[in-house]
Design a protein around this ligand. Structure first.
Ligand SMILES: *[C@@H]1O[C@H](CO)[C@@H](O)[C@H](O)[C@H]1NC(C)=O
Ligand SMILES: *[C@@H]1O[C@H](CO)[C@@H](O)[C@H](O)[C@H]1NC(C)=O
Ligand SMILES: *[C@@H]1O[C@H](CO)[C@@H](O)[C@H](O)[C@H]1NC(C)=O
Ligand SMILES: *[C@@H]1O[C@H](CO)[C@@H](O)[C@H](O)[C@H]1NC(C)=O
Ligand SMILES: *[C@@H]1O[C@H](CO)[C@@H](O)[C@H](O)[C@H]1NC(C)=O
Ligand SMILES: *[C@@H]1O[C@H](CO)[C@@H](O)[C@H](O)[C@H]1NC(C)=O
Ligand SMILES: *[C@@H]1O[C@H](CO)[C@@H](O)[C@H](O)[C@H]1NC(C)=O
Ligand SMILES: *[C@@H]1O[C@H](CO)[C@@H](O)[C@H](O)[C@H]1NC(C)=O
Ligand SMILES: *[C@@H]1O[C@H](CO)[C@@H](O)[C@H](O)[C@H]1NC(C)=O
Length: 749
């Protein structure tokens, strides 16, 4: 039921739509738009109301069947009027006939066109037919005259060629441009005397070229023809488009979407509908949209495309499963359904993977951050951070003396512990130079692992050292416990170690005797302070020239308390593992493991020797008897040859007395038995006295030379087990890498 209604609609409505879309109005309302089969588009019209100007007047004679259309009220029939600017009319032909060599018929013709009309020079040809004929065509051309002609001869019918008008029986010539009046006359050279048996007439006419195909019969059958079609161009007015547009009341291109165009032939202008429109541009609303989609020739849509008409143009859209711009033969390409599916799947999978990765990365970062924090906390506790905090909290001393740094703070300061920031390496770890956020330059010591049993002592040392505020001690600024090994932060001393000065030829000269004496005095002062003045006595345990730093004024700064021990006040000696540096190590301590303050005195004695001999405490490249400086010194002293081992840089008459006093002091310090050695306080006072020019106030005889030598030799024996003998470790705060030993408790027994 519904289907049949649809079919009916399609059958009846569609053709009307098609018709109406093609049947745009041609003429003004209430005007004849056709005469029989011939349409009469405006500006042509049959009445005054229907034409634009009198030139476009046409008449239709309805008495004949079919009705005939005439130009004006003349007898010139019109067979076609085109909106593109042409009128095809039937024009008389000129004839010239002979009988018995005398003219029997002569018809000249004349076509007078008004302004607005010119003979179409492309579609027409001036043509003459005959075997003894010539013709002239003349007329007006832009208000001047013109004349041209053609000659056609032949002597036999066999000469003629069908379709060819090249002068044999038929001759054609073009019409010039801008011709408005045509006058044609045809005549003969010899009254057809030689050809009269097959041709006695000549014919001349302007004809639409396409309407004429010469054949032999035309020599005779044209006699019965009076009119032949000719194409005439028409245009509006006699001015250009620009001139015409100036007067809007007379401008003929009145329709929307119309444009003005100047023809190449004759005066005036023509109107056209713009592309995409069709209709009569001379009528208002005359140009209507062309529905290109209804005619396959008008659109270039691909056969797989959908055509959509728009006002003035059209659109081609490829149908489902096709891709492309829709135009032309290649406009639509078939989409591979597999491909599209695969593309979607791939996009889905890819975005899924990306999301997953993102999630994993975020999770990983979060876990890492958490574990890092956990590790920091763990290290902090493992390194005794809790203990340290408690101690600092309970102490009455100012807590700002030791700062607990965060690991990130120190990482930033040392460029994440970059190798270029290393200023020293030693048995206790690595020393980095660092610059804190407040631009303070510091030295950061990364200690060796602290075992859990020693943590409490480590903490104690940190606490105590942080309280030592002596101008000749490298100050501990703080520490960091958040890393696997504790980090200690010291003030930065920029001039290297005493050792590096003494064992470098150039630097050695800078250190004159007075400076050396000053350094000795300062160092002795520090040790004396540690032993007695500090609240809990501290034994440094590793006094050596490597651990005495010099600042820019060559002021001594004692460093490296890594091996130091706190000695409870009620104890005068402490049983520990033997620890120290060969060459400086107290022989008594080595044998008994009993650590006392006097061990520092022994080591200091060796430093004194270094100061006035300029030799190393231990020189493995020297002869056996000279290897240990202490040993060698004592033997030299016994032979009274002290002068031979003095550093030549300090030898001078004015110094000799002081040098000799210091050497005596050193000898006392190197006594094998600790209790025979002076205390650090006594040593310091003695040295101060020397500086002040006073006599040394302290002197003791030494009765233990034999014993002393014996033990020193024993050390030398032990030393030979130690490798390469490169003792030149020089830089830094802690240069005890190779010459530092740890002996088990009771090892000497
Ligand atoms: C129309 O044509 C007929 C026959 O050719 C003629 O008699 C008549 O006068 C014509 N009418 C007009 C108005 O020209
Ligand atoms: C032409 O000449 C022929 C004989 O030569 C004659 O029979 C004929 O009538 C003439 N025709 C005319 C129109 O004079
Ligand atoms: C041709 O005919 C014309 C007029 O009929 C005449 O005057 C002329 O002499 C003729 N010419 C010849 C060559 O017969
Ligand atoms: C002219 O007519 C001949 C034969 O009738 C034909 O072969 C030829 O194609 C025609 N030429 C044109 C241009 O129509
Ligand atoms: C020329 O002759 C042919 C063949 O008889 C004919 O069909 C044609 O109409 C003739 N041409 C003209 C213009 O009369
Ligand atoms: C154009 O036509 C007008 C009147 O129709 C006439 O006065 C004018 O002289 C013409 N101009 C030319 C150049 O023919
Ligand atoms: C336009 O043409 C009309 C009719 O020829 C005339 O009356 C009118 O004055 C013209 N207007 C202008 C501005 O030339
Ligand atoms: C002559 O007429 C033809 C159509 O028959 C047309 O295409 C052509 O443009 C016309 N020539 C001019 C100069 O208007
Ligand atoms: C024909 O007339 C038009 C308009 O006056 C002009 O532009 C063109 O040059 C003329 N053509 C020739 C060949 O004189």
């Amino acid at each position: 039921m519904q289907a049949s209604i649809l079919v009916i609609m399609i059958i009846f409505i569609l053709p009307t739509l098609l018709l109406s879309s093609q049947n745009f109005p041609l003429s003004k309302p209430n005007c004849d738009d056709s005469c029989g089969d011939i349409s009469i588009p405006f500006p042509f019209g049959t009445t005054k109301e229907c034409y634009l100007a009198i030139q476009f007047w046409v008449t239709c004679n309805h008495t004949t069947t079919p009705p005939e259309l005439f130009w004006w009220d003349t007898d010139i029939p019109i067979i076609d009027i085109s909106l593109h600017g042409q009128v095809t009319l039937l024009q008389r032909i000129a004839k010239d006939c002979y009988a018995n060599a005398s003219r029997s018929l002569y018809i000249p013709t004349k076509l007078e066109l008004t302004t607005f009309f010119t003979v179409n020079y492309t579609a027409n040809k001036f043509t003459i037919v005959g075997c003894d004929a010539y013709a002239l065509v003349s007329g007006d051309r832009l208000d001047r005259t013109f004349m041209t002609g053609c000659t056609s001869m032949c002597s036999s019918l066999d000469d003629l060629t069908v379709g060819s008008c090249a002068g044999v029986g038929c001759c054609q010539t073009p019409i010039p441009q801008n011709v408005s009046t045509v006058e044609i006359m045809v005549t003969s050279y010899s009254n057809y005397t030689g050809v009269s048996d097959f041709n006695t007439c000549g014919y001349a006419f302007v004809i639409q070229e396409s309407a004429f195909n010469f054949s032999k019969e035309n020599l005779t059958n044209l006699l019965g023809v009076t009119r032949l079609p000719a194409v005439v161009d028409w245009a509006i007015g006699n001015g250009t488009c620009e001139e015409a547009k100036r007067n809007t009341t007379t401008y003929a291109c009145v329709s929307a979407n119309s444009r003005c165009h100047k023809p190449t032939n004759g005066y005036g202008y023509r109107c056209y509908c713009q592309q995409g429109f069709e209709g009569n541009p001379y009528l208002s609303q005359g140009c209507t949209d062309v529905d290109e989609c209804l005619n396959e020739n008008l659109n270039h849509c691909n056969k797989h495309a959908l055509c959509t008409n728009e006002v003035g143009y059209y659109r081609c859209t490829c149908r489902k499963n096709y891709d492309g711009d829709g135009m032309g033969d290649d406009g639509c390409k078939e989409k591979s359904p597999k491909d599209t599916k695969i593309t979607y799947v791939m996009i889905g999978v890819a975005s899924g993977i990306i999301c997953l990765l993102l999630g994993i990365i975020l999770l990983y970062l979060d876990l890492k951050r958490r574990s890092q924090n956990k590790m920091k906390r763990k290290y902090f506790l493992q390194n005794g951070g809790h203990m340290l905090q408690e101690k600092l909290a309970t102490r009455e001393t100012a807590p700002e003396m030791v700062t607990i740094f965060s690991s990130s703070e120190l990482q930033k300061a040392t460029d994440n512990f970059h190798d270029s920031m290393i200023i020293g390496r030693g048995g206790f770890g690595t020393v980095y130079k660092g610059v804190l956020a407040d631009r303070r330059t510091v030295a950061i010591k990364r200690s060796i692992r602290v075992d859990s049993a020693q943590i409490e002592q480590f903490i104690n040392e940190v606490v105590v050292l942080s309280q030592i505020n002596h101008r000749n001690v490298v100050r501990l600024l703080g520490c960091c416990l958040e890393t696997d090994v504790p980090l200690l932060v010291y003030e930065f001393i920029n001039n290297g170690t005493l050792s590096s000065h003494l064992h470098n030829e150039a630097k050695k000269r800078v250190l004159d005797w007075n400076t050396r004496l000053k350094i000795a005095t300062e160092t002795a002062g520090v040790l004396s302070y540690l032993h007695s003045s500090a609240s809990t006595p501290i034994i440094h345990r590793d006094v050596k020239s490597d651990n005495i730093l010099l600042d820019h004024t060559l002021t001594a700064k004692v460093s490296d308390f890594g091996a130091s021990r706190l000695v409870p006040v009620d104890l005068t000696q402490l049983s520990t593992m033997v620890q120290g540096t060969f060459g400086y190590l107290d022989p008594e301590y080595m044998q008994t493991n009993q650590l006392t303050e006097k061990s520092d005195v022994y080591s200091f004695g060796v430093v004194l020797l270094e100061l006035f001999t300029g030799r190393r405490a231990l020189s493995l490249d020297r002869p056996v008897e000279e290897k240990s400086l202490a040993n060698y010194f004592l033997s030299v002293l016994k032979q009274d040859l002290l002068f031979e081992i003095l550093d030549e840089n300090i030898v001078g008459l004015e110094n000799m007395e002081q040098i000799s006093a210091v050497s005596k002091l050193a000898k006392e310090c190197l006594n094998v038995r600790g209790e025979d050695r002076p205390s650090m306080k006594e040593v310091a006072m003695e040295l101060e006295g020397l500086i002040l020019g006073g006599k040394h106030s302290w002197a003791r005889t030494n009765a233990h030379d034999e014993e002393e030598t014996e033990s020193l030799i024993r050390i030398d024996d032990r030393m030979s087990h130690f490798g390469d003998g490169d003792m030149s470790s020089s830089v830094g705060y802690d240069s005890i890498s190779r010459d530092h030993i740890l002996l088990p408790m009771n090892g000497g027994r």
